[in-house]
Design a protein around this ligand. Structure first.
Ligand SMILES: *[C@@H]1O[C@H](CO)[C@@H](O)[C@H](O)[C@H]1NC(C)=O
Ligand SMILES: *[C@@H]1O[C@H](CO)[C@@H](O)[C@H](O)[C@H]1NC(C)=O
Ligand SMILES: *[C@@H]1O[C@H](CO)[C@@H](O)[C@H](O)[C@H]1NC(C)=O
Length: 151
């Protein structure tokens, strides 16, 4: 990938992480666990920008559960998958070697795929359908940074 383009996407990711951690600055003790539907009523779809959704829902809390609901089958819509990428570099470059498959195209249908954010670390989520086409385009991916504080 192009050098200049790479540094630009890195900067975007970095800025996002800074915003996410600043947003987690204040508040009182964490309370009940939450189930958060990724993408709200739209669910987890191919070709969709989740950055705004992730910023709006940040910071996530430790032990929040993210629910990835895939669109129903029987349509020509490309069905996404859910991968956890190991670090910012693999997230930005869409390098899925070393990524962990959390749910394939079938597992998120119906009740949805539930992922608990039970570690204090950034979670890099992305779909790898269509040879990572969406990921490379900056779509159907987001970073969730859980915090111990509530807000
Ligand atoms: C998260 O879950 C772990 C294990 O279930 C628990 O020990 C911890 O207190 C929880 N933390 C928060 C902030 O809810
Ligand atoms: C697929 O989705 C499109 C757009 O929502 C809809 O217009 C179409 O009728 C659907 N096709 C099937 C076979 O469900
Ligand atoms: C996705 O949305 C964010 C926030 O609105 C924006 O900064 C970014 O450029 C968008 N990315 C793409 C690939 O459209």
């Amino acid at each position: 990938m192009h050098q200049k383009h790479m540094s630009r996407v890195f900067m975007q990711g970095f800025i996002f992480l800074v915003i996410a951690s600043l947003a987690s600055g204040s508040g009182s003790k964490a309370s009940a666990k939450r189930n958060i539907l990724v993408g709200d009523s739209e669910g987890w779809r191919a070709g969709t920008n989740y950055t705004r959704w992730a910023i709006k829902n940040s910071p996530f809390r430790l032990n929040d559960t993210l629910v990835f609901k895939f669109p129903p089958r029987g349509n020509s819509t490309i069905v996404p998958s859910v991968y956890l990428l190991p670090n910012m570099w693999s997230y930005m470059t869409c390098e899925f070697r070393g990524a962990k498959l959390l749910g394939n195209a079938v597992q998120g249908v119906g009740e949805g795929l539930k992922i608990e954010l039970n570690q204090l670390k950034p979670y890099y989520f992305a779909s790898n359908e269509g040879n990572a086409y969406d990921c490379i385009a900056g779509l159907t991916k987001f970073i969730a940074v859980p915090s111990t504080r509530s807000f």
